[in-house]
Design a protein around this ligand. Structure first.
Ligand code: NAD
Length: 331
């Protein structure tokens, strides 16, 4: 099958080509993001392969369908960037990679917690400047602290397992409690209870209308003063303006982000020679207690191998007319 692969980076090409050797799909690697304007690049293809910041809204999907595209193969677990209802109306099949390496994201979450707590990002810069002062670098023992996990699916559960080994007390909020977490001793509580007891709040739920701006002025007000907030899930779970106010007042003591609401205009590209126009993002960078990575939590060799393998298996299944195991269905 001819597949137009959008938002291609060198690593995508490397891992997809390796996974394609036995399958023989015709992969056309394209650097641009998929938008209404770039659909034309998929001319002649039957499938498009897209990543998290590609824009699969109603207009783009209609254009793709009119060009003869039948399959949207996402290289991600999240599908909040796809208008699934429209895709279904147009007869487009959407497949995703439901799990590739939940360990990758969970371990990155722990990395953010440890780095923020022990100020490793600041210590790294200081030592390189010949500044060996410890002023401002004081941390706390994770042992005995309460961590609140919002969303205990695959990634939330592994994060809980790792934190359990640190000796943390774990509370969680999820509409469907997870038996592995319960066996681990995780206590399921209401969202207000979690927010009022957790020293660290870590977000692992999907971005859906229900969870959009889950962290806002009202929910921040319910948190402990000095709380650490970590988001490796999706940017729009957080109202950035409210979080900036929380940081300014000291309510939020630490913020670790791997995702950002408006990341589509920034992440995965090099803007080091330009003036970034996103004032909210730039404000976040001014806080010493904020650590941001550019949507790299998934970025391990294991995850890339798994993403490539599942993506190509999804495409082969569709081509062979088999039921698509990883099809995303409209609610
Ligand atoms: P999952 O589907 O296994 O788990 C999600 C959990 O969230 C489920 O248990 C679900 O019941 C729960 N949930 C749904 N709505 C909720 C709500 N309103 N409140 C609380 N919990 C709710 O997903 P996963 O594989 O663990 O991934 C979690 C998220 O991580 C994904 O949605 C994705 O956005 C994000 N992610 C980020 C990266 C990255 O590189 N930063 C990589 C992969 C996934």
């Amino acid at each position: 099958m001819k597949v137009a692969v959008f938002s291609t980076k060198s690593y995508d090409q490397e891992f997809l080509e390796a996974a394609n050797t036995e399958r023989g799909h015709e992969l056309v690697f394209l650097e641009p993001r998929l938008t209404l304007e770039t659909c034309v690049l998929a001319a002649g293809a039957q499938a498009v392969c897209a990543f998290v910041n590609d824009k699969l809204d109603a207009k783009t999907l209609s254009q793709l369908a009119s060009q003869g595209i039948k399959l949207i193969a996402l290289r991600s677990a999240g599908f909040n960037h796809v208008d699934i209802t429209k895709a279904t109306q147009l007869g487009l099949t959407v497949v995703r990679v439901p799990a590739y390496s939940p360990y990758a994201v969970a371990e990155h979450t722990i990395g953010l917690i440890l780095a923020l707590n022990r100020r490793i990002h600041r210590a790294y810069a200081r030592i390189r400047e010949g500044n060996f002062s410890l002023e401002g670098l004081i941390g706390f023992d994770l042992h005995g602290k309460t961590v609140g996990i919002i969303g205990t699916g695959k990634i939330g559960t592994i994060t809980a397992q790792i934190l359990k080994a640190f000796g943390c007390k774990l509370v969680a909020y999820d509409k469907s409690p997870n038996s592995d977490c319960q066996a681990l001793g995780v206590e399921y509580v209401s969202l207000p209870q979690l927010l009022s007891t957790a020293d660290i709040v870590s977000l692992h739920c999907p971005l859906i209308p229900d969870t959009h701006h889950l962290i806002n002025a009202e929910t921040i007000a319910q948190m402990k003063t000095g709380v650490m907030l970590i988001n490796t899930s999706r940017g729009a779970l957080i109202d950035t303006k409210a979080v900036i106010n929380g940081l300014k007042s000291g309510k939020i003591g630490y913020l670790g982000l791997d995702v950002y609401e408006q990341e589509g205009d920034l992440f995965f590209e090099d803007f080091s020679n330009t003036v970034i126009q996103d004032d909210l993002f730039e404000r976040l960078l001014t806080f010493p207690n904020v650590l941001i990575t550019g949507h790299q939590a998934f970025f391990t060799v294991n995850a890339l191998e798994s993403i490539a393998e599942t993506t190509l298996a999804n495409i082969s299944e569709f081509e062979q007319g088999k039921p698509c195991q990883n099809q995303v269905q409209a609610e």
